[in-house]
Design a protein around this ligand. Structure first.
Ligand SMILES: [Zn+2]
Length: 630
């Protein structure tokens, strides 16, 4: 499938003030959620009307020094970054230290927080999507252009007082001006990031223009179901030509950009009778993020189809495509799938982000003990290692992280995958292609003639693949693969059920790792609660001693869910001679599970309980993902 490259930064350039292009990647928040780099600091002071000349005044040298020292202490910057930003402001009269730091790619939020603290002002974040996150009436009066030029945002009313956010602590003249324009008695000044101001304004521009006259234009542009082919070709060209001006294009870009910023794994665009929903999957859970007008559905779908090279005229059949995009200098792939439903086509885009596979084994959430054992297992010269669990349990991430741990210079490592979703360096990756006979088994067979050391097979689904994998393992190769089973012991019986001789399973299999993903408690709103009697009872049966448990209260950083990021739960079964013996006798799964447990295997739920006691996740999370294996 041909892939068309879109640079979202480019498409967005007309929307956004400031220098977006060629942004260096900024430091990101710690934690598992991917955060898009903060864009450049406001450069709009120069455009501000003369009456606001005071807004551009940089903080005095003293407060700049103070800010530098504070950011150093908070480890937002290092000495080198600070020194280079200080050089820049010396050479650029009128530029403030925080502006220079943000432009150089330092985390904007952290810098602005520091700036607020140094100036004794509160710092706030503003939700780009929620309309109640700003004072609509005041914003309307001031005008979007005014707010954009001055990087300012009326946030809310507190009695007679208006809370106004700006990116500059010394905005005295500007605040006076706003007081006059809005005729308010007093203003409470808070510091907000220029990034947030732009986000809110972008969102307003996009939705306002979409909801007004333009919707009609878009709909006539896209046409009805029975558009002629000729007309369609024209339309496709036109659409791409004015890519920078169409509100639909901007809105799709905004959806993708927001999803990436929120660390979403999937974007759903779902039509209903009267509504249109845009939902994001974040940490495995769907959140409703936007409600564009229902009328936009056809236009949005068409735009996504054009971006992913799909047939926009075909609305009765499912289609699959791919978009390659650059968001804030980060390259990512989106796998697009559309299906027809009675209410219209539903589109799902999976975000394939290379960052999600650059996770190391140490970051996956193994207990120290399991990690040591697993690292020892992946260092073995031959045998089979299986990772098992349902779809979406993080098996691929574990396999990739395991491979990355190996010595890529000295080993010949190859993979057979369906599909190859991420491109890895120093590793040979083969894509299966069932239609032309390039099955897992066929690919594996050819790989065996390529002098391999380590082979990763995406999945063992059939006897053919299983047989070759076992031959490879028995002839001196390390084979890593996945199976769809609920727990580790069940993999053994699954292989036997596929048709492998029990003694061969016993001889070739080294270890099985079953896993699940649970959401981590948000570290920004973690609190301790006493364990109630019922729980204490449950804990007792599992020999756990804990008087308190931790929960996330819910805060702005975690969309009020109390969770942010995910961790794995692991059940690691390493076969010893005794268990290999048992396998050769083809045991039933219940009996085998009991034997594994008696040999010291920690099961998924037990591993989960450890993580509850350690305050990593909650009991609810552990129970919900381990229900099937209890
Ligand atoms: Zn939180």
């Amino acid at each position: 499938m041909p892939v068309r490259k879109f640079d979202l930064n480019e498409l967005f350039s007309d929307l956004l003030p400031g220098k977006r292009q060629n942004q260096p990647a900024a430091a990101t928040d710690a934690g598992a959620t991917a955060v898009a780099p903060a864009p450049a600091a406001s450069t709009t002071n120069a455009d501000a009307s003369p009456s606001h000349s005071g807004t551009g005044t940089p903080p005095s040298g003293d407060s700049a020094d103070e800010l530098g020292a504070l950011l150093l202490a908070r480890q937002v910057v290092n000495e080198e970054q600070l020194a280079s930003a200080q050089r820049v402001i010396k050479q650029t009269p009128g530029k403030a230290l925080h502006e220079s730091l943000i432009e150089s790619g330092i985390d904007e939020i952290a810098v602005m927080q520091g700036l607020a603290d140094v100036n004794g002002l509160p710092f706030e974040r503003v939700d780009h999507i929620k309309t109640q996150a700003h004072d609509q009436k005041s914003l309307h009066k001031l005008g979007i252009e005014f707010c954009r030029q001055n990087t300012v945002l009326p946030i809310r009313r507190e009695g007679a007082r208006l809370v106004v956010g700006s990116a500059n602590p010394e905005d005295v003249f500007l605040l006076d001006d706003i007081k006059r324009r809005l005729n308010v008695q007093s203003i409470k000044h808070v510091i907000i990031a220029a990034y947030d101001v732009r986000g809110v304004l972008e969102m307003l521009t996009a939705s306002e223009s979409d909801q007004q006259a333009n919707v009609e234009d878009i709909l006539t542009d896209v046409g009805d179901d029975d558009v002629e082919l000729m007309k369609e070709e024209k339309l496709q060209d036109a659409d791409l030509e004015d890519a920078e001006s169409s509100p639909v294009v901007r809105f799709v870009n905004l959806i993708i950009q927001t999803a990436v910023k929120e660390g979403a794994s999937d974007i759903h665009i779902e039509p209903d009778e009267k509504t249109l929903k845009v939902r994001f999957r974040i940490d495995g859970v769907l959140f409703e993020m936007m409600n564009p007008p229902r009328k936009m559905h056809a236009a949005l779908t068409s735009r996504v189809k054009i971006m992913s090279n799909l047939d926009i005229a075909e609305r009765r059949l499912p289609q699959d495509g791919r978009i390659r995009a650059t968001v804030h200098g980060r390259k990512l792939d989106l796998r697009v799938s559309t299906v027809p439903t009675p209410k219209g086509e539903k589109t799902v885009m999976r975000i394939l982000d290379n960052r999600s596979i650059s996770v190391t084994l140490d970051e996956l959430g193994f207990t120290e003990e399991s990690l040591t054992v697993w690292k020892d297992q992946i260092a073995q010269p031959h045998g089979i290692l299986l990772v098992t669990g349902p779809t979406g349990s993080g098996k691929t991430t574990t396999l990739y992280a395991s491979i990355q741990q190996m010595d890529l210079r000295k080993l010949n490592i190859s993979t057979v995958e369906d599909p190859v979703e991420y491109n890895l360096t120093n590793i040979t990756q083969i894509q299966t292609h069932d239609k032309i006979g390039m099955t897992f088994a066929a690919a594996l067979r050819s790989l065996m003639r390529q002098d391999p050391d380590v082979i990763m097979v995406g999945e063992i689904r059939d006897l053919d693949t299983a047989t070759i994998a076992i031959q490879a393992a028995l002839t001196g190769h390390l084979v890593l693969s996945t199976l769809h089973t609920n727990d580790a012991p069940a993999s053994v019986t699954r292989l036997i059920n596929i048709g492998i001789e029990p003694f061969l399973v016993g001889a070739s299999l080294n270890a099985v790792l079953a896993q699940r993903l649970v959401r981590r408690i948000c570290k920004h709103c973690k609190e301790e609660r006493p364990v109630n009697e019922e729980l204490a009872e449950l804990f007792k049966t599992h020999k756990i001693q804990a008087q308190t448990m931790r929960y996330g209260k819910g805060c702005d950083r975690c969309r009020k869910t109390g969770y942010a990021g995910r961790s794995g739960l692991y059940e690691l079964l390493v076969l010893d001679d005794f268990l290999r013996d048992q396998i050769a006798r083809s045991p039933n799964v219940t009996e085998f599970r009991r034997l594994c447990h008696s040999r010291g295997m920690v099961n998924l739920r037990e591993d989960g309980f450890k993580k509850v006691v350690a305050g990593i996740t909650t009991l609810e999370e552990v129970l919900s993902v381990t229900e099937a294996v209890a």
